[in-house]
Write a protein that binds this ligand. Structure first.
Ligand code: CTP
Ligand code: MG
Length: 263
């Protein structure tokens, strides 16, 4: 009788924990190896402390909170790995956070992280800029879910300005605004698809400096990529003005949470 209960328990456990059904995890890749040339200053922008923590740590927390993500790989400047490893340890993440050296261009950094990512045999990989700390775990989960269905999905924002195509200072044509979106991150892909897209770009000699986002590489293969509507809050900290905006957004969030605590 006791054995029967044990078997029943094991069956239930394996079902609820995905054991034996080969459920793969989803991985986050956070490129954080840039030098922040447009931002300027001594310390690369992703390491600046705002609202009590480096921007990169705020970003990692959003992925720690998202139940869809099993592990995070961060690409760092090679000379920051030891120091930032300590910062990550002190931040006390429960999920594995692996640090790899980045490369000269963003896509080189992604490449190094993808090589390390193969060890996890992930189903989906979500790539997200270290300098977008306001992404929500809900947005991450939505992009991962669409990528699982379609193969690839990115967060993007409908254009609000009218966009002109210009050559030598003269307007060539006006694009139909209803068809224009601004790409954000996260950008999520079935891992095999992003790997194949990377291999193909390398084989075809696509310059790393031209690959400003990862969706571009998958577009080259002619594979569909879904849009998940993003939010203006998911800003990328590029210039010192963006940092001022980020500081006030953090303050507003802290105020909101403080008010909720008192309700
Ligand atoms: N990134 C990276 N490796 C690089 C270049 C960029 O991992 N060789 C990362 C940045 O750290 C950032 C993200 O890619 O988190 C988006 O890049 P961007 O905002 O352009 O940052 P930087 O390249 O550092 O800034 P800039 O282009 O002004 O030099
Ligand atoms: Mg850059």
């Amino acid at each position: 009788m006791r054995i029967r209960w044990l078997v029943l328990f094991l069956l239930l456990f394996s079902y609820t924990h995905g054991v034996g059904v080969n459920k793969k995890m989803n991985l986050a890749i956070i490129p954080a190896a840039g030098s922040g040339s447009r931002f300027g200053g001594e310390v690369p922008k992703q390491f600046l402390v705002v609202a009590g923590a480096p921007i990169l740590i705020h970003t990692l927390r959003r992925f720690e909170e998202c139940t869809e993500i099993g592990a995070m790989i961060v690409a760092l400047p090679a000379n920051e790995i030891d120091h930032f490893g300590e910062v990550v340890r002190q931040a006390g993440f429960e999920k594995p956070v692996r640090l790899v050296a980045g490369g000269a261009e963003r896509s080189d950094s992604i490449r190094n992280a993808l090589v390390a990512g193969r060890d996890y045999d992930p189903e989906v990989v979500a790539v997200h800029d270290a300098v977008r700390p306001f992404v929500t775990s809900h947005q991450i989960a939505a992009v991962v879910a669409r990528a699982r269905e379609v193969g690839a999905a990115i967060l993007a924002l409908p254009a609000t300005d009218t966009i002109k195509e210009v050559e030598a200072g003269l307007i060539q044509r006006t694009l139909d605004r209803r068809r224009i979106y601004r790409a954000q991150t996260p950008q999520a892909f079935r891992f095999d698809l992003l790997w194949r897209a990377n291999e193909s770009a390398r084989a075809d000699g696509i310059p790393a400096a031209m690959t400003t986002d990862d969706a571009l590489l998958v577009e080259r293969l002619g594979c569909p990529i879904a849009i998940v509507e993003g939010s203006p809050q998911n800003l990328k900290i590029t210039t010192p003005e963006d940092l001022l905006l980020a500081a006030s957004l953090f303050q507003e969030m802290a105020g909101r949470m403080g008010r909720e605590d008192h309700e």
